[in-house]
Ligand binder design. Sequence first.
Ligand code: ADP
Ligand code: MG
Length: 487
Amino acid sequence: MSTITATTVSEYELVSGLEIHVQLNTNTKIFSADSAAFGADPNEHISPVSLALPGALPKLNQQVVAKAIKMGLALNCTINQTNFFDRKNYFYADLPKGYQITQDNLPICQNGFLEVILSNGEVKRIGINRIHLEEDAGKSLHDQDDKYSFVDLNRAGVPLIEIVTEPDIRSAEEASALLTEMRKRVRHLDVSDGNMEEGSLRCDANISIRPVGATAFGTRCEVKNLNSIRNVRRAMDFEFNRQVELVNAGGQVVQSTLNFDADKGTTSPMRSKEMANDYRYFPDPDLAPLVISDEWLNKLKAEMPALPREISQQLVNDYGFNLTEATLLAEDAALLAYFNAALTAVKQQKSLLNWLVGPIRALLNEREIQITGYAVSPQQLAEVINLTDDKKITQQAALQQLLPALEQAPETDVLALTKTLNLLIEDDNDALGDFVDQVLLKYEAQVAAYKKGKKGVLGLFVGEVMKMAKGKADPQKVNALVQEKLS
Ligand code: ADP
Ligand code: MG
């Protein structure tokens, strides 16, 4: 321990390293052909391997390895081309084999880093110690019955990677920036859906404190199973204050494993049995060492998609987009794919970008869905945008009527539907002129005010004409017409 002493909160700094579990989005489990999908009824996705029936043998899923390597490359890691699996032994009802297959001594990826941008603009580099492959356990259900507990083994054998960072994190802000960036990368690489609520991304936070300026680390506590970025921040804030108070009161931090109570925002020690750490790791004799050929590794390297930062720069260069909007698009792989699919069908690329990062993204956020869950196809949206740009339909009618109608009937021809809904702007100048005359007559007093310089009333006239035209007029044109008649 350091010899520097400190007495107030501001004289301490937080030190943290995260262990992040990422559930991979493969179709099947890591060592069997059972479905790895989320949300099935209990024990629908099982087989002799998940049940650990005698004689059942694991067989490694190649896709799992490919995704772990991609993640390793994205985090600047060394890929260990020879690595192997270990058994981590413990007894629990949701672990029929009595051990978890994981990697202990020789993980698939090591020694990487990830850079995050903090709110003050500083670029912070956080070391990645390792990424290893492992299988998830099943789930015990204690709340289904008064007398019995049940076990659901759907999740047993679902592939995970565990990403272990170096203790480089110095604040809750850095931890949340890291997790946010991590979630972006797993989604961008199509390695995981990254949903923290469904447990696809969860983490344990190791937390210690030390006096500012000290070089040695303090004793850490490990807070288990944090399932949202917000809870990671809360757990860190709580632990930091708890440890500082403890040390200032003359106490010592004892290395321990803690639970986080999300309702209370507090941590508490796990039962000592749960903490006992005697896993007796040894190499799994059922699985041969995993050897990754140069050829395959090079193929995976070649398949790596460009990073969001590179893509947004490309969008700026190619289409003259501004960086903020380009970044919104580049960071959402599904939205970017949608953009690319609509690109050839749209007349103005800038309009497509504006629609996607503007109203369409707002709509997706509101429904909490990704663009892949949106029923309007890229080609159809392109046609809607073209109609709007050509002033054949107002943006309001497109957003409030045409797109919702297309969602209900995704196969429909866009122009035909526009006509059926009676949304085409009427180019009838005489009719519009009539409406303008009527409005100006009706609002005599406001017209007088306008002529005395109260230009603000123009919006009223335009709005009234638009109402009479039932929204099927080009607001700019109406605006010009009104001004013309008033001058
Ligand atoms: P173990 O194998 O006992 O779990 P590791 O050395 O693998 O320990 O570390 C686990 C995690 O704890 C890593 O993310 C690491 O960065 C973090 N860590 C290690 N020491 C400290 C410390 N003193 N304070 C905070 N985090 C730490
Ligand atoms: Mg560890």
